[in-house]
Design a protein around this ligand. Structure first.
Ligand SMILES: Cc1cc2nc3c(=O)[nH]c(=O)nc-3n(C[C@H](O)[C@H](O)[C@H](O)COP(=O)(O)O)c2cc1C
Length: 324
């Protein structure tokens, strides 16, 4: 089944572009699309977000890069990617040719604001994609405090304001979940000129192999993803919805349509599927079909009628741990 032909219930216009359905593949879990081309029908999705692109090629971290973590996965891939030059000469032309009917966001990462800006300038000169998603979860230069930009609203503003001046394309800012309150961080992204906020990136985690007494991942600690992250992501979207009016994209722990619908109800217009693709390359396609079935069954004319309509969450949203 091709939802793009058959299901106008799932179609939305966002950022001046048509999304055939609200389901995208998440950054870092689908490369630039080619690796998954034979495994699923990419054109049946709403779009993809590419692997984060850095200025220079990166080989990535030592193995193991991925370990199972209960109802989750821990990874430290180290942003392995071919770098700006090869992305411009090889990946963008491939995506332009093969993914022309879906929406593509190029994910951008760096250690200092200038790196983000130089990558955007380079990508702008080639084009062939809808917009950018700034991955602000990378630790920034120690001269800037060494914190990931996503944990430091002032540093985040600098990156986003500079990026805004370089492009008219939709600019998404991807946030990290490990902040006391994600609302003001999303607000900072909106003030700085972002068109949308993606919530959430992975959560920091550490697993230890007790036989060797060493970290289970080659790089030491890593980022937790998968079902265990879902409630954190849904909460982050709900909190950002209360603080901002820009478009939200929900990501974290989506393995089935029921998970994606929670994100829509919390206030996300689009969702992204990440870790689930590793277990089942067609997971995102299943999510699309499940949302279509749900809207039909519930008599919902367009998926937009689901966005942000959650009820029963009017108690103050907890912003830190502890008993309530
Ligand atoms: C192996 C792996 C690599 C990832 N690489 C990136 C990346 O390059 N850029 C980025 O912004 N997020 C990256 N992420 C985070 C995902 O895009 C997503 O935010 C996170 O995994 C939560 O979604 P999930 O639970 O559906 O996987 C990566 C996640 C995994 C598991």
């Amino acid at each position: 089944m091709r939802p793009i032909d058959t299901n106008m219930r799932l179609s939305q216009t966002l950022f001046g572009a048509t999304f055939h359905n609200p389901v995208l593949l998440a950054a870092g879990t689908c490369g630039f699309g080619e690796e998954l081309e034979d495994a699923l029908d990419l054109e049946a999705l709403g779009g993809i977000v590419t692997k984060s692109v850095t200025l220079e090629p990166r080989a990535g971290n030592p193995p193991p890069r991925v370990v199972e973590a209960g109802n989750a996965m821990l990874n430290s891939v180290g942003l392995a990617n071919p770098g700006l030059e090869r992305v411009c000469s090889e990946k963008l032309p491939w995506m332009r040719e093969h993914l022309s009917s879906i929406q593509v966001f190029v994910s951008v990462a760096g250690h200092v604001p200038d790196e983000y800006w130089r990558i955007i300038e380079g990508l702008e000169s080639v084009g062939g994609f809808l917009g950018y998603e700034l991955n602000l979860s990378c630790p920034n230069d120690t001269r800037l405090g060494g914190l990931p930009f996503a944990l430091d609203p002032d540093a985040l503003r600098v990156v986003v304001e500079g990026a805004r001046k370089l492009t008219d394309r939709p600019l998404l800012v991807k946030l990290a979940p490990n902040v006391p309150d994600i609302g003001p961080v999303a607000e900072a992204a909106e003030d700085a000129g972002a068109d949308g906020v993606t919530l959430v990136n992975t959560m920091p985690g550490l697993l230890i192999d007790i036989a060797s007494r060493r970290a289970a991942l080659g790089a030491g600690s890593g980022g937790l993803s998968g079902p265990a992250l879902r409630a954190v992501g849904v909460h982050a979207v709900h909190r950002a919805r209360a603080c901002t009016s820009i478009t939200l994209l929900g990501v974290g722990g989506i393995t089935a349509a029921e998970d994606a619908i929670q994100y829509l109800l919390a206030g996300a217009s689009l969702v992204q599927v990440g870790t689930a693709t590793f277990a089942d390359p067609r997971a995102a396609q299943r999510v699309v079909m499940g949302i279509a079935r749900y809207t039909e069954k519930m008599g919902i004319e367009n998926v937009q009628d689901l966005i942000g309509v959650v009820q029963g969450t009017d108690r103050p949203v907890p912003v830190s741990g502890g008993p309530r």
